[in-house]
Ligand binder design. Structure first.
Ligand code: HEM
Ligand SMILES: *[C@@H]1O[C@H](CO)[C@@H](O)[C@H](O)[C@H]1NC(C)=O
Length: 428
C-alpha cells in the first residue's frame, strides 16, 4: 500500500503531533525552532484561531522572519498589509486569472509536457519546478532563466527544508544554506530594481513595473524594502508549494489506476463537448472539472505542504475546555493533525478523492487548512489550483506514463521525494 510507504519516513515532529492529538485534548506546549510554542491540533480551535485576526495576530518565529524579511506580508501592520495584498490580487486575482493567466498556463503546460515526452526519462519534481518557477518569475519580474547568468531558482531550493530546520547559522547547516539563498535572491532583486530605475521608460508588463509605479506615487504606504520582500515572498510561496503538490498528484495517479481512469473520463468528456476543437481550455470548462477538484483537495489534504501556521495571542484567551493561552504566547496551528484526524476523515491515510463528493455545495470547512483560513487565507490558492488543473488536463488527455525509479515519499516534516520521481511520458 502506498500510504505505508508515504509515512515510512515520518519525522519525530509528526509522531509527536499524532501522539499529542490523542493525549492532550488538542492543545499542548512545546519548543519549536528554539522557541516555546503552544500547538493546536483541535480542528475547531485551529479554525477559530485563523478566523480571529484580532485575537491571534500573524507572527513567525525569529528564524523564519529572518528568511522572509522583516517587511514581509506576514509582519506588516494592518493598513500596509491590506494595501500590499491588493497589489498581489491584481495579478493573481480572479479577473487576471480569467483574462490572462488561464491561456498562459494552458500554453505553458502544453509546451512543457510536449518537450518532456521527447525525453527517455524526466525527474518529475525538477521538471515541474522549472515549469512553475518560469511562469511565476516571468509574471513577477520578467525573469528568463535562459538569458540570465544567476540561477535564481536555485536560491529557493533549500527553502522548505530550511524553514523547519534547527536555526543554527553556520556553514553546512540547512538553515545556513537557506539564509544564503535569501541573500543571493535579494541581491538579484535589488540589482533588477536599480536597472529598472536607470531606464524608467522601458516597460516589461510585469508585477515589478506595477510596483515601481506604485513606489512613485505620493504619500504611499509602499517602500522599497516592502516591495522587494513582497516579490521575494511571492517567488517562494508560489514555487515549492505548487511543485510539491502537483508532483504528488502524479504520484497518486500512478499508484491509483481507478482514480486516473475517472479523471481521464472527466477530461475526455470536456474535449468531446468542446465546440471549437482548436480552442484552448475555457473558463467554463475549467470550472466544470469537479472530479479534478476533488483529486486536488485530497492531494492537498495529504501533502500538508504547510506543516504549521503561526500566530501570537494578542490577549489572554481561554478555550472552551478551560485551557488559557496567555497574551504574547506563540501558537502553531497544525494542519497535518487536522487533515489526518480519523474522527473527520475515515481511514485518513488513504488517498480517496471520492470522499470529497458533494462538498463543493457545502462551502467552507473547519477540517481543511491546506491554504490556511480567515483573513490570511492563501492569496495564491486559486492560482495554484488553476495551474494544477490545467496541467492534469493535458497530462491525462494526451499522455500515458510509467514510473522508472524513485517516487518514495519522505516527511521531514515537509513532504519530499528524497530519490526524485523519474517517469517516462508517451504520447497517447
Ligand atoms: C499548493 C500550493 C499552496 C499551498 C499549500 C499554500 C499554503 C498557504 C498557507 C497555509 C498560507 C497561510 C499562511 C498563514 O496563515 O500564515 C498561505 C499564505 C500565502 N500564500 Fe500560499 N500556498 C500555495 C500556493 C501559493 C501561490 C501559488 C502563491 C502566489 C501566487 C501563494 C502566495 C501566498 C501568500 C502571499 C500568502 C500570505 C497571505 C497573507 O499573509 O495574507 N501561495 N499559503
Ligand atoms: C475542497 O475543499 C474545500 C474546503 O473544505 C471545499 O470548500 C471545496 O468544496 C472542496 N472541493 C471539492 C471539489 O470537493
Amino acid at each position: 500500500m502506498w500510504h505505508r510507504n508515504l509515512f515510512s519516513g515520518m519525522s519525530d515532529y509528526f509522531s509527536c503531533v499524532c501522539f499529542c492529538l490523542n493525549r492532550y485534548g488538542g492543545l499542548f506546549r512545546t519548543n519549536l525552532l528554539g522557541q516555546p510554542v503552544i500547538v493546536s491540533t483541535d480542528p475547531e480551535l485551529c479554525h477559530f484561531i485563523l478566523q480571529q485576526e484580532r485575537l491571534f495576530q500573524s507572527w513567525y518565529p525569529e528564524t523564519i522572519a529572518k528568511i522572509f524579511g522583516r517587511q514581509n506580508l506576514g509582519l506588516l501592520p494592518a493598513p500596509t498589509y491590506k494595501y500590499a495584498k491588493s497589489l498581489v490580487m491584481n495579478i493573481f486575482g480572479m479577473e487576471s486569472m480569467k483574462e490572462k493567466l488561464l491561456p498562459q498556463v494552458d500554453n505553458l503546460a502544453y509546451r512543457y509536457l510536449c518537450s518532456w515526452s521527447k525525453k527517455p526519462s524526466i525527474e518529475l519534481k525538477e521538471a515541474i519546478a522549472s515549469m512553475i518557477f518560469d511562469l511565476t518569475a516571468k509574471k513577477l519580474i520578467s525573469y528568463d532563466p535562459t538569458k540570465s547568468t544567476d540561477n535564481l531558482r536555485k536560491n529557493f531550493d533549500a527553502f522548505t527544508a530550511g524553514l523547519v530546520s534547527f536555526p543554527v547559522d553556520i556553514p553546512g547547516t540547512t538553515y545556513h544554506t537557506c539564509l544564503k539563498g535569501r541573500k543571493a535572491a535579494m541581491k538579484t532583486l535589488e540589482k533588477m530594481l536599480q536597472e529598472r530605475r536607470a531606464s524608467p521608460t522601458r516597460r516589461h508588463g510585469d508585477f515589478f513595473d506595477y510596483v515601481l509605479d506604485e513606489l512613485k506615487k505620493e504619500g504611499n504606504l509602499l517602500t522599497e524594502e516592502i516591495a522587494l520582500d513582497l516579490i521575494f515572498v511571492l517567488l517562494f510561496a508560489s514555487y515549492e508549494t505548487t511543485t510539491l503538490t502537483l508532483t504528488l498528484v502524479v504520484k497518486f495517479l500512478t499508484d491509483n489506476p481507478k482514480v486516473l481512469e475517472r479523471l481521464t473520463e472527466e477530461h475526455e468528456e470536456i474535449l468531446r463537448m468542446r465546440e471549437d476543437p482548436d480552442s484552448g481550455i475555457t473558463w467554463k470548462e475549467y470550472k466544470s472539472m469537479k472530479f479534478t477538484a476533488q483529486v486536488l483537495n485530497e492531494t492537498s489534504r495529504l501533502a500538508n505542504v504547510a506543516p504549521g501556521i503561526f500566530r501570537k495571542a494578542f490577549q489572554d484567551f481561554t478555550t472552551k475546555d478551560g485551557y488559557t493561552i496567555p497574551a504574547g504566547w506563540a501558537i502553531m496551528v497544525c494542519p497535518p493533525a487536522v487533515h489526518l484526524n480519523p474522527a473527520t476523515y475515515e481511514d485518513p491515510l488513504a488517498f480517496n478523492p471520492w470522499r470529497w463528493e458533494g462538498t463543493d455545495t457545502r462551502g467552507g470547512s473547519n477540517d481543511f487548512l491546506a491554504f490556511g483560513g480567515g483573513m490570511r487565507y492563501c492569496v495564491g490558492a486559486d492560482f495554484s489550483k488553476l495551474q494544477m488543473t490545467v496541467f492534469v488536463h493535458h497530462l491525462v488527455t494526451k499522455y500515458r506514463w510509467t514510473a522508472i525509479k524513485g517516487g518514495e515519499i519522505l516527511r521531514r516534516p515537509g513532504l519530499g521525494f528524497p530519490n526524485g520521481f523519474h517517469i517516462q511520458l508517451f504520447e497517447k
